[in-house]
Design a protein around this ligand. Structure first.
Ligand code: BV8
Ligand code: ZN
Length: 288
């Protein structure tokens, strides 16, 4: 029996299923992954852009990066992998959740059932007030550009692998956007007028307890029969901890990735299938 037939038998009989999703699922929609050859973190230093310190030091630079990521995500379309997962999320006879590390909103736009979708690293389309005394959160903010100033920040695809034009238009291999020029035009809280931040989880920040509780609630409600690990390098904790948790509980693992360890492809890893290639191509076939 082929790996695909074995997997589809397992999927048919499975009652409780988890999908763990990473940037590879959105690669076919034209959004860069983080650690591949053209990865975001290859061309940008995540410490300069995706940490609380980076935002404290230069909020204008960080907002340029996230306004550019918002722009890219809004230009992108969900692909058939997103739609296949959204379809599965609507099958009432299955208990199914998707844990996504992606902040691009494409699974939501593909129609994934809201209650079954856990965006553990937040969303590009959420903004949060940075004041400790204010809890204002703006969800589903799809304005592009976010503010007039962030529309001409000079980020574009070709800059990705060389330099980022600083605001004064000089091409320098530096990220130092003149903060004073930007900070006045950055998004402000409508309640207390404090600077707003992107609603994503940065490195070194803890994940939302509400999100983690939601996932733990599902995992503790009964054994998971199958976890699909889709387009993720499994680098980031705690997202990467869910695979072993399901495996230890006796669940099967199916990896969908352009880059799969050979032992998985050889079938040497018990209860684990590997489907090498584009998740956008594999998922509609495998979940059909
Ligand atoms: C936490 C949001 C605890 C922002 C992201 C040392 C220093 C500092 C921290 C740590 C450290 N060591 C460990 C840590 C913890 C850290 C961590 O894991 N760091 C890693 C880098 C080592 N984790 C954290 O900080 C987390 N918080 O641990 O809190 C804590 C507790 C209490 C108090 C304080 C703290 C928070 C992590 C969240 C960081 N935010 N994103 C943004 O997006 O800008 S993470 C970022 O990486 C993205 O979310 C991304 O999704 C995620 C994971 O990457 P992947 O999705 O897997 O993407 P990647 O490019 O790596 O891989 C793509 C894969 O797809 C590849 O395998 C490729 O082969 C494949 N592929 C490509 N094309 C396709 C494909 N597959 C299929 N089809 C294709 N077409
Ligand atoms: Zn506020």
């Amino acid at each position: 029996m082929s790996q695909l037939q074995e997997f589809q038998d397992c999927l048919r009989n499975a009652k409780r299923i988890v999908a763990l999703v990473g940037a590879g699922l959105s690669a076919s929609s034209g959004l860069p992954t983080f650690r591949g050859s053209q990865g975001l973190w290859k061309n940008f230093n995540m410490i300069d852009l995706a940490t609380p310190d980076a935002f404290y030091i230069d909020p204008g630079l960080v907002w340029q990066f996230y306004a550019w990521r918002r722009h890219q995500a809004l230009k992108a379309q969900p692909n058939s992998g997103h739609y296949a997962l959204a379809q599965l999320s609507k099958q009432t006879e299955k208990e199914f959740i998707t844990i996504t590390q992606n902040v691009d909103g494409l699974l939501t736009r593909a129609g994934h059932r809201k209650s079954g979708l856990h965006e553990i690293h937040g969303s590009l389309f959420e903004l949060r007030c940075t004041s400790f005394t204010c809890t204002y959160i703006e969800r589903n903010n799809y304005k592009d550009p976010l503010t007039k100033n962030l529309s001409d920040f000079g980020f574009d695809e070709d800059d990705l692998d060389t330099t980022m034009e600083t605001l004064d238009g000089v091409d320098e291999p530096t990220f130092a956007a003149p903060q004073a020029l930007l900070v006045d035009d950055l998004p402000k809280c409508p309640v207390c007028n404090t600077l707003m931040r992107p609603g994503v989880v940065w490195f070194g920040e803890s994940l939302s307890l509400r999100t983690l509780d939601g996932i733990d609630g599902f995992l503790q409600a009964g054994p998971v029969d199958l976890i699909m690990v889709i387009g993720t390098s499994g680098t980031v904790y705690p997202a990467n901890s869910y695979v072993d948790l399901v495996r230890r509980g006796g669940g099967a693992v199916a990896v969908f990735n352009t880059d799969i360890e050979s032992e998985i492809l050889r079938g040497d890893v018990a209860n684990t299938w590997g489907f090498q290639g584009d998740a956008a191509e594999w998922l509609p076939k495998a979940l059909d």
